[in-house]
Design a protein around this ligand. Structure first.
Ligand SMILES: [Mg+2]
Length: 412
């Protein structure tokens, strides 16, 4: 099992994806997702220029050794580009190991701890009527847990809501499905935290009145609040029994969560932009969060995210792995194998990819009745059709950014 070929494949069927494909001397192949939304080619360069030469001739069976070698030998550690590149290698090696063993990766991680993975989808609307339609549509598609995002009176276009301008610019791809705009420069959005804090509790009250107490509801604050504002929101949402409030503050400052926790019992989820266990050190040890949001793709692969989640499990903190459409089907499959195997699985974010993406990446994972399953194919269970991928060249895309009414740049 010597690696004798390593290819970095960029394709843009519905959006940009970066995939590492490793081939061994005995003909086994493995795929890894290295997609970093809006900064894709930085990871392509990191892999092609710096990692691929290190992989050729290595023993593909030594996954932990490859991880430690790539992390420590670079000297410069952590960061989304580095950790996405390492993640791609790690996933591809787990894929190869599964194929060599004739087993799905979840079996190599200890076997199934459950029969399927509860997943949540994204409902959104500019107003309550549109939001209710979106919630119903998700329920019709089988979702048993739903994230709710809504427009705020006075703001033109905010995170998670389909704005007509972005919808048209993205050729009919709904904003809530893909906020990154292809071609051109990033969209500017507007933000006002006080308007948001006044409005959101009224939305959750309306949703609970319409859909009842059982439906698990989630909400994403997208890093926009100060600690005391986040505390205020968590407290005001307590009557509506949220499954979680996500990214309530920009959590680079881990201590900020102490203040939020002192004021609210609304469960907190953090970490989609984190990439190592060190980002979680304080907030896990002090039990300041309830769910770990990291994706396999951005957190050094299955090997490293499993360590993060094993650490979190000692504090009854569960997984809530990031799963928007910029996680490729390879990255989603890796999340499902890991989620099926660990004891402290919480929920999986899941947005269906588009038809073109599904044609490029043939998947064996399944979605039925609100639950995902990675399938029983050896390895990760996803294959990439190189000819199909070649039809869709890279298109530069940017995520939007925010300004306040006085022109100040704010967290998006
Ligand atoms: Mg989020």
């Amino acid at each position: 099992m010597i690696i004798d070929k390593a290819e970095v494949i960029v394709t843009s069927p519905d959006r940009n994806f970066v995939t590492l494909k490793l081939t061994t001397d005995d003909g086994l192949t493995g795929l890894g997702d290295a997609t970093l939304n809006g900064r894709e080619l930085a990871v392509v360069s990191y892999l092609s220029e710096h990692v691929v030469p290190l992989l050729l001739g290595r023993d593909a069976s030594r996954i932990e050794d490859a991880w430690q070698f790539l992390y420590r030998s670079a000297y410069w550690r952590r960061g989304p580009v580095t950790m996405a590149a390492i993640a791609a290698v790690d996933m591809a090696l787990w894929d190869i190991k599964g194929k060599a063993a004739g087993m799905p990766v979840y079996q190599l991680l200890g076997g199934a701890s459950r029969s399927g993975l509860l997943a949540y989808g994204h409902a959104s609307g500019k107003d309550t009527d549109e939001l209710f339609d979106s919630v119903r549509e998700h329920q019709e598609h089988g979702y048993r847990a739903i994230r709710v995002q809504t427009g705020v009176p006075g703001l033109k276009s905010i995170y998670g809501i389909a704005s007509n301008a972005t919808y048209e610019a993205n050729a009919g791809v709904r904003y809530d499905h893909e906020p990154a705009q292809r071609g051109g420069l990033p969209n500017e959005e507007d933000w006002d935290t006080r308007s948001y804090l006044r409005h959101i509790p009224t939305v959750f009250e309306a949703v609970r009145n319409e859909f009842g107490p059982e439906l698990p509801l989630l909400h994403d604050g997208h890093h926009r609040m100060t600690p005391i504002q986040a505390a205020q929101l968590g407290k005001s949402l307590e009557p509506y029994d949220l499954f979680w409030l996500e990214d309530c503050t920009p959590a680079e400052n881990q201590e900020a969560l102490r203040l939020v926790r002192q004021h609210t019992t609304t469960p907190l989820a953090i970490g989609e932009i984190f990439n190592t266990v060190w980002d979680y050190q304080q907030i896990v040890r002090e039990q300041l969060i309830d769910y770990v949001r990291s994706a396999v793709t951005h957190t050094g692969g299955i090997t490293h995210l499993k360590k993060v989640l094993d650490y979190a499990s000692q504090y009854q903190i569960k997984s809530g792995m990031h799963g928007p459409t910029d996680i490729s089907p390879v990255g989603m499959a890796a999340a499902m194998h890991l989620g099926l195997a660990i004891h402290n699985f919480g929920i999986q974010e899941y947005m269906k990819h588009g038809e073109k993406t599904d044609a490029v990446f043939q998947q064996s994972y399944t979605w039925a009745d609100g639950f995902l399953h990675p399938g029983e194919q050896p390895g990760l269970g996803v294959e990439l059709d190189v000819d199909e991928a070649g039809k869709y060249p890279y298109i530069r895309a940017y995520l939007p950014y925010n300004r306040l009414a006085d022109g100040t740049v704010h967290d998006w």
